[in-house]
Ligand binder design. Structure first.
Ligand code: ATP
Length: 286
């Protein structure tokens, strides 16, 4: 499988923060969710991929080419949505369409009109008078209307109600159906990723904790609820996080299928993506 994006050893230093040699891929035809707490480095990573900031170290390849090459052509193939609407506030949708048609060689006005109707966006109001949700929908409509092969979305569904979010998630799923299209999305809404992501990349404090297939994560991680003796019998190398409470131990392990095959007295529960992130960062063992 080819990669739409390859990030290797990306490093960027700010005062009091470093994005520290991060590496991950966005395979073609997939949706990759970039997750992490506030200030973890998600937007910095996306900005570096989009050439908006310049890293001190590392390489980024988009469609197999280093992102210093031919960025004008390449940007035509990327649809971008940030958490703020970038269009001038005094424009109406018709003017936004005209502006984007001058920027994108493959601008598809029919697709933009279709999204305007689907998202019920008003034609008679200026962007500055749109609600936050309307602004986000306008940005998403623009990103989806120039035949992009890659969508890069930074908190694009924040501020949208659950019904609209669901509608947009389905659009993203349709977008990747032909294996040529890919999506990299940063979000705090983990349930959205549980629905659509093929891979999850977890950044914590500027470092990658994991970048793996979502199904594999859910298959292999489990939460063991046990007493101290049982906890001490678990193999250290499979323990990814521990929480102690008045009932005993809750332990995140990465060998759930193996433990389930053996005889044991403790309970093993499924671990969701959010559990895995919380155990890894807030557990006693990190
Ligand atoms: N231009 C800048 N100058 C100095 N520090 C910066 C700059 N841009 C980002 N940072 C710092 O880099 C760190 C990571 O920020 P970033 O916006 O990448 O986080 P994030 O994971 O996207 O967070 P959030 O979920 O809150 O959007 C933060 O500590 C932030 O203050």
């Amino acid at each position: 499988m080819k990669n739409a994006i390859e990030v290797r050893n990306l490093t960027k230093h700010y005062k009091n923060f470093s994005l520290d040699h991060i590496s991950f891929d966005v395979p073609s035809g997939s949706i990759v969710g970039l997750v992490g707490e506030n200030g973890a480095g998600k937007s910095t990573t996306l900005k570096a991929i989009l050439n908006l900031i310049y890293p001190e170290e590392g390489t980024i390849k988009i469609f197999g080419k280093e992102n210093t090459e031919d960025s004008l052509t390449r940007n035509q193939e990327i649809g971008v949505v940030f958490d703020e609407c970038m269009f001038p506030g005094d424009m109406k949708l018709e003017q936004v369409g005209k502006m984007l048609s001058c920027i994108y060689a493959n601008w598809d006005q029919r697709a933009f009109d279709m999204y305007q109707q689907k998202f019920r966006l008003p034609l008679d109001k200026c962007i500055k008078d749109f609600s936050r949700g309307m602004k986000m929908k306008t940005s998403i409509a623009g990103a989806l209307s120039h035949n992009a092969k890659l969508l890069i979305l930074d908190e694009a569904t924040s501020g949208l109600d659950p019904m609209v979010r669901d509608e947009i998630l389905d659009i993203f799923l349709d977008f990747i159906q032909d294996e040529e299209h890919s999506v990299l999305v940063s979000t705090h809404i983990i349930s959205d990723l549980e629905k659509i992501a093929d891979y999850i990349t977890f950044i914590h404090d500027g470092k990658i904790h994991f970048s793996e297939s979502k199904d594999e994560l859910i298959y292999k991680y489990g939460i063991v609820r046990c007493n101290e003796k049982e906890y001490k019998n678990l193999e250290d190398k499979h323990i990814a996080g521990v929480k102690r409470n008045s009932f005993g131990y809750e332990v995140l392990v990465d060998n759930k299928p193996e433990l389930e095959k053996r005889a044991h007295s403790f309970v093993i529960d499924k671990a969701g993506i959010e559990d895995i992130m919380l155990f890894m960062t807030k557990g006693e063992l990190q």
